[in-house]
Design a protein around this ligand. Structure first.
Ligand SMILES: *[C@@H]1O[C@H](CO)[C@@H](O)[C@H](O)[C@H]1NC(C)=O
Ligand SMILES: *[C@@H]1O[C@H](CO)[C@@H](O)[C@H](O)[C@H]1NC(C)=O
Ligand SMILES: *[C@@H]1O[C@H](CO)[C@@H](O)[C@H](O)[C@H]1NC(C)=O
Ligand SMILES: *[C@@H]1O[C@H](CO)[C@@H](O)[C@H](O)[C@H]1NC(C)=O
Ligand SMILES: *[C@@H]1O[C@H](CO)[C@@H](O)[C@H](O)[C@H]1NC(C)=O
Ligand SMILES: *[C@@H]1O[C@H](CO)[C@@H](O)[C@H](O)[C@H]1NC(C)=O
Ligand SMILES: *[C@@H]1O[C@H](CO)[C@@H](O)[C@H](O)[C@H]1NC(C)=O
Ligand SMILES: *[C@@H]1O[C@H](CO)[C@@H](O)[C@H](O)[C@H]1NC(C)=O
Length: 404
């Protein structure tokens, strides 16, 4: 895959209206973007030759548009992208899945931190090898893109972290100025919740590494409940399923951790494998993805969830209540999950970033044509993590404040 840019001219197309000509909007699409009107594709017919048989990374691309591109399913997606958004490569490490998950944006430094693939393909980590945490500097990205608008490859700097940090898989914050990571652990080294100084010497403090003396399975993702200092994290069995942790000894569930009192409790269960977690900015609603369909050495099982569940956060107990389906991903599994300031929900799926409006309607995708586990909003735009590549989409939407 190479750096990519679009034709500079925006395309204007007319959209057929369901009601009257007066409602017919003229959509000014970003360069290279495609409007896929669901009404045009509700019936594919017996002669259609491209039926998808599963949720693989071969996404629904009936217009055969070349990736990467912006795929619009509802005109409201253009409020998110703006009219001149492009998707460009900003950093890469071919042959190494350096940019997998755990993105943390530190606005004061204008730097994004992220972790390599723990136990997965091209991660070069496993029972015997740790994953690595790296960073890119968005000031460098902006400067480089100004000189080379087609795409750039800024340097990726690797952090030298303490050995107490094993297999970083989730991140958020800043939390009181620090990076807040969860680790999956490795071999018999315990999964943990850790703070890392975002500046040299990148020193570390472990906040939690057990549940009353029992090791967690392999912590995956973390968020802070907005307006509080309370930490929530997911604990699926991917360490075992990817061959770098012993057999799970706890159910796959979601925990609430109060670092001021040390109290840890379970707030949601009944998952196959809980993965990404996010909150609305008012802290009243939580989202947890269940990526059970992706089973590591068990392979893909399409009858298992690739589903985002939504919950009410109980105002008294702060546990999760009233689980309901928010969305099901048509491609891959919904891995990392983030919200923008208008309540739209973004998740890293099989062939790109899917975006649902607050009602759970899929309104568009950043179609990359390969698995993009995570995304992060920055001052420069939306960063998309595609293992060996990091893309930047210079969209209008902005992310919610994840710090505490
Ligand atoms: C499907 O293809 C056949 C053979 O080309 C053609 O006769 C038929 O009309 C097509 N059906 C539709 C619904 O287009
Ligand atoms: C999934 O579907 C794709 C094409 O849609 C196909 O290439 C692939 O072999 C399928 N995988 C399985 C496990 O069926
Ligand atoms: C997606 O990637 C596959 C190879 O992995 C390639 O064959 C296909 O043409 C790509 N599709 C698009 C729409 O770019
Ligand atoms: C672990 O690292 C060693 C040495 O760098 C390498 O040979 C091996 O392939 C790595 N293991 C995995 C699972 O990538
Ligand atoms: C990011 O890059 C800019 C421009 O080179 C530099 O001034 C700044 O110190 C860098 N920030 C960090 C945290 O390295
Ligand atoms: C990590 O250590 C390597 C080798 O000692 C060094 O080249 C690199 O600059 C260090 N990274 C940071 C972020 O300090
Ligand atoms: C890093 O070390 C400094 C100086 O000892 C300390 O104040 C800070 O709390 C440490 N940060 C972390 C995350 O451990
Ligand atoms: C897929 O998951 C379902 C539900 O757990 C299970 O009944 C089925 O045996 C699984 N299929 C395979 C091929 O593992």
């Amino acid at each position: 895959m190479v750096a990519f840019t679009f034709a500079l001219l925006a395309t204007t197309i007319s959209v057929a209206s369901k009601t009257s000509a007066a409602d017919t909007p003229d959509l000014t699409l970003p360069p290279g973007a495609v409007y896929v009107d669901p009404l045009k594709y509700n019936v594919l017919g017996a002669n259609y030759t491209e039926w998808r048989t599963n949720n693989s990374l071969v996404g629904f691309n009936p217009t055969h548009t070349t990736s990467p591109f912006i795929q619009v399913f509802d005109p409201s997606f253009l409020d998110i992208t703006g009219s001149d958004a492009t998707i460009r490569v900003v950093a890469s490490h071919p042959g190494f899945a350096v940019a997998h998950e755990a993105p943390i944006y530190v606005p004061d430094l204008n730097v994004v931190f992220f972790a390599s693939n723990a136990g997965g393909t091209l991660g070069y980590s496993g029972w015997y090898n740790n994953s690595v945490v790296s960073m890119i500097n968005l000031t460098e990205v902006d400067t480089a893109l100004a000189a080379n608008p087609g795409g750039v490859h800024v340097s990726i700097q690797t952090l030298n972290l303490s050995d107490t940090v094993q297999m970083v898989n989730g991140g958020t914050g800043p939390f009181k100025g620090n990076l807040l990571f969860v680790t999956s652990g490795r071999a018999l080294l315990p999964p943990s919740v850790v703070l890392v100084n975002p500046s040299p010497p990148f020193n570390t403090t472990v906040l939690l590494d057990n549940f009353y003396g029992r090791q967690f399975n392999s912590l995956n993702d973390v968020k802070i409940l907005p307006g509080t200092d309370i930490i929530y994290f997911t604990d699926p069995s991917y360490g075992w399923l990817n061959g770098f942790r012993p057999e799970p000894m706890l159910p796959s569930q979601v925990y609430r951790f109060d670092p001021s009192t040390g109290q840890v409790q379970v707030v949601a269960d009944q998952f196959v494998n809980p993965n990404g977690i996010a909150f609305t900015p008012d802290g009243k609603t939580a989202f947890v993805t269940d990526t059970g369909s992706g089973g590591g050495f068990l392979g893909t099982n399409q009858t298992l969830p690739a589903t985002i569940y939504q919950y009410d956060v109980d105002p008294v107990t702060q546990s999760f209540a009233n689980r309901r389906v928010f969305a099901y991903s048509d491609s891959g599994i919904p891995d990392g999950i983030q919200l923008d300031t208008n309540g739209n929900v973004y998740s890293g799926c099989g062939e790109g970033i899917h975006v649902w409006n607050p009602q759970g309607t899929l309104i568009g995708k950043f179609f990359i044509n390969s698995t993009t586990p995570e995304l992060m909003f920055t001052k420069s735009g939306l960063l998309i993590f595609d293992e060996q590549w990091i893309y930047l989409a210079n969209i209008k939407a902005q992310g919610i404040d994840l710090s505490a």
